[in-house]
Ligand binder design. Structure first.
Ligand code: BES
Ligand code: MN
Ligand code: ZN
Length: 460
């Protein structure tokens, strides 16, 4: 049973040991490496210059260490809280402990459901001298993000609009949250025509889940709307490409909402929040919606389905209308909405549209908690490009550019005037293509922390 002692390269213990001192100089800044000295195993982490004030650096270093040591089946690893503080003098020890713990568990994350020969393994972390509460917070945050990752990684035949509501019922069973599932008959009654239309071609009936957690009903009501497309083939406007497997993660927005709710509920946050999750599978069939059909929304809007692959906005529209019915004071929707956002911002940062004051607040939250996001413009001039020859408007723009903006402008038409709204496009953040920091290859679990912290912040 191997035991490893974790050290940061600035640690005093290194200066006292010639072996470690010379070894630590070899460790590439920003990564870690193992060495045997004085009869025991060490793992030295080298912090990049100028990165000692950054919680994300702590998470990333912890994640890399956890993945490497867990892969090596190292039984346990210990770190002194003083070593951590010395390595990161610019952050409080509590925040450093939470970040290290969080990054550790996220770095060791694996999705093994379908690996018949691999057992899960995570090197046990002990931070000596750490506050219990700080460790627990880190674990809780990692669990919420891991829950989102599990949902995203799950296969589309296992997690579909009929089974997904059951998962959420299970998750919030015996908690202070209430789960209501609207089935297809109820959706018809509620005139959720976007969800019903997009879900028409699938063998799974569409659904709509509402999770409410009103710990403090006197707080402003925050609605979190998450895109729950359990697979996006594009529908009749079929996607092309060799492997569409990743489109099982097109429910990433809903996974973020579910993870955020888990975190809020488990930490007993003093908030008033409701999650609204439309669930569909977007697939072609002889019953599927055809391009050119018109959807009648319950607020009176008629929408031409110019492209069945622009399905996310069609179902989010019903979610936004529902938020209006519930008189939410604040609304955030989050979705893997457009390929364009990845062209604009890449795969390290998501885009946020809407209320500029709140968007800048969200940007600051993301910069601190690891779910990076950047404010994007809602240009009024592009709004008219959603025009339709025979319906009130179209679900696609006539422009061949600015696809993320026009998608956001489409959504804005469904937001109640009485609420303050943000829209997060996380399509570029859906997954990583290689292991890096505390991210394993595949689903990121992006957005769970962002939404939970945002809800807490505006409920203060
Ligand atoms: N789910 C996709 C967006 C997406 C693309 C997410 C890549 C993650 C990775 C969305 O439903 C979609 O198909 N959007 C279209 C919109 C277009 C038809 C207006 C797109 O971005 O191409
Ligand atoms: Mn699509
Ligand atoms: Zn989609």
């Amino acid at each position: 049973m191997t035991e490893v002692k974790l050290l940061f390269s600035q640690d005093a213990a290194i200066q006292e040991n010639e072996d470690l001192k010379s070894f630590s100089k070899q460790v590439q800044a920003g990564s870690g490496a193992a060495v045997f000295s004085e009869g025991r195993q060490w793992y030295v982490m080298a912090v990049k210059d100028g990165k000692t004030g950054c919680l994300e650096t702590i998470r990333a270093m912890a994640g890399t260490a956890a993945r490497e040591l867990s892969r090596g089946k190292v039984f346990s690893a210990t770190l002194d809280v003083d070593g951590l503080s010395n390595g990161f003098p610019d952050v409080s020890p509590e925040e450093a402990v939470t970040a290290f713990t969080e990054g550790w568990h996220l770095g060791a994350y694996q999705f093994l459901t379908y690996k018949s020969k691999t057992e899960p393994f995570c090197t046990k972390l002990t931070i000596e001298g750490a506050s219990e509460k700080a460790v627990q917070t880190g674990e809780q945050r990692a669990e919420a993000v891991s829950y989102s990752r599990d949902l995203m990684n799950e296969l589309s035949d296992v997690l579909n609009p009929e089974s997904y509501p059951e998962r959420l019922k299970d998750l919030f069973k015996d908690t202070d949250a209430t789960v209501i599932v609207h089935d297809k008959a109820k959706l018809e009654e509620m005139k959720m025509n976007g969800v019903l239309t997009v879900g028409r071609g699938s063998r799974y009936a569409p659904s709509f889940v509402e999770v409410s957690y009103s710990k403090n009903p006197s707080k402003p009501l925050v609605a979190l709307v998450g895109k729950g497309v359990t697979f996006d083939t594009g529908g009749i406007s079929l996607k092309s490409g060799k492997d569409l497997s990743d489109m099982r993660m097109d429910m990433g927005g809903s996974a973020a909402v579910a993870g955020a709710m888990k975190l809020l509920v488990e930490s007993g946050a003093d908030v008033n929040v409701v999650a609204l999750i439309p669930m569909v599978e977007n697939t072609p069939d002889n019953t599927a919606v055809l391009p050119g059909e018109v959807i009648q929304y319950k607020n009176g809007h008629t929408v031409q389905v110019g492209n069945t692959d622009a399905e996310g906005r069609l179902i989010l529209a019903d979610g936004l209308l529902r938020a209006g019915e519930l008189k939410a004071d604040y609304v955030v929707d989050i979705a893997t909405l457009t390929g364009s956002i990845e062209n604009a911002l890449g795969s390290e940062i998501a885009g946020v549209f809407g209320d500029e004051e709140l968007a800048s607040k969200m940007k600051a939250i993301g910069a601190k908690n690891g779910d990076a996001v950047w404010p994007m413009p809602l240009i009024d001039a592009y709004d008219e490009t959603l025009q339709s020859d025979y319906a009130d408007f179209n679900n696609i723009s006539s422009l061949s550019f600015a696809g993320s903006i026009t998608a956001a402008l489409f959504l804005r038409r469904f937001v109640s005037e009485d609420s303050r709204w943000l829209h997060v496009d996380m399509a570029g953040m859906m997954q990583k293509t290689s292991n890096s920091g505390y991210y394993p290859k595949t689903a990121t679990g992006y957005g769970a922390r962002l939404l939970a912290d945002y809800v807490s912040e505006i409920s203060k």
